[in-house]
Design a binder for this molecule. Structure first.
Ligand code: GLY
Length: 323
């Protein structure tokens, strides 16, 4: 199963050895004015996603192409057990995927509870581009994907199946902060023009009830993008993020004049207040404004994020809200 630290060393370490030691977010944001273009994404596996998204931009690809290509790296990586192929299944042993993307002009597409498709983010893009809808779920999303050329495949790897079978022995579920099983990738991009796009994709909470949908495919909860202001994405316990419509709340706080860091903190504090009796709750927010300033907060220590600018691709520890 994925160990985020070893993944960092194997996948991204080859790209950027200097990126292997997270530095503190406060150091970074204190020194860094806005930088564009910029790619930012959640967790250690964000490094490899950033590198791909950056390469697409360098080749003249669109922002949408970049964010989609970036998160497809995590979706296809069997070692990332919280996204796509290799993701831990629900309690019935079924891998069900949630994903969305959005551009700063308000276009968006989303799929939820989608099974058997390697790249839910690409199905979400087709929902946006080929239908009059914003979101398809479950059987309807699968039918749409198959009708649009996506292949059906088994996403449950032997490793994920073995972990699930072990879990079945007790079938106890309790959220844990930064568990290796719960690391959604949310990726935001700011172009040199100040335009924005984002993508978010996950296999959701391990051993969830079949049919459970988290924040990640819900526009406004797991992701929100507005060219007039900036963008935000979330990771962590989806139910808590949905209750505060987290990503939208962060963007609206920036619209009201808060910096990306202050906006993330404000919404994290609001979320914490609504969950006073959840000592292990972990949620992380990332935000960027259209000038390329960024913010990052985790409720607990341990939330890392990857930042790619013209200076390179590097991993940082987000500021924890709790001591
Ligand atoms: N943040 C992902 C989920 O709760 O499903």
């Amino acid at each position: 199963m994925t160990n985020r630290r070893t993944f960092l060393q194997t996948a991204a370490g080859a790209v950027l050895a200097s990126a292997c030691q997270p530095t503190t977010q406060r150091d970074q944001s204190a020194q860094a004015p806005g930088q564009v273009p910029l790619i930012i994404s959640t967790w250690n596996h964000g490094l490899a996603a950033n590198a791909e998204a950056w390469a697409v931009l360098q080749k003249g690809g669109s922002l949408l192409d970049a964010v989609e290509a970036g998160v497809r790296i995590s979706e296809a990586d069997p070692k990332v057990d919280s996204v796509g192929y290799g993701g831990l299944p629900d309690r019935d042993g079924r891998v069900t995927l949630d994903a969305c993307l959005m551009t700063g002009d308000g276009r968006c597409g989303s799929v939820a509870a989608l099974e058997h498709i390697l790249h839910p983010i690409s199905v979400a893009r087709q929902v946006m581009e080929k239908t009059p809808h914003a979101m398809l779920v479950g059987e309807g999303a699968l039918r749409f994907a198959l009708a649009n050329g996506f292949a059906k495949q088994n996403l449950l790897t032997p490793e994920a199946e073995a972990t699930w079978r072990e879990w079945l022995k007790t079938a106890q579920y309790a959220p844990r902060p930064n568990a290796e099983n719960h690391d959604t990738i949310g990726l935001l991009a700011v172009a040199a023009s100040g335009q924005l796009a984002g993508a978010c994709t996950t296999s959701g909470l391990a051993y969830k009830m079949h049919g459970r949908v988290g924040d990640s495919p819900i526009i406004g909860a797991g992701l929100y993008v507005d060219n007039e202001v900036g963008a935000a994405t979330a990771t962590g316990l989806g139910e808590a993020i949905i209750r505060v419509v987290g990503s939208h709340a962060v963007v609206e706080a920036m619209r009201a004049g808060h910096s990306p860091q202050a906006a993330c903190r404000l919404v994290a504090e609001r979320l914490l207040k609504k969950n006073p009796n959840s000592p292990n709750l972990q949620v992380g927010f990332l935000a960027v404004d259209k000038d390329g300033r960024h913010g990052a907060i985790g409720l607990q220590k341990g939330f890392t994020y990857a930042l790619h600018t013209s200076a390179g691709n590097q991993l940082f520890d987000a500021e924890p809200l709790l001591p």
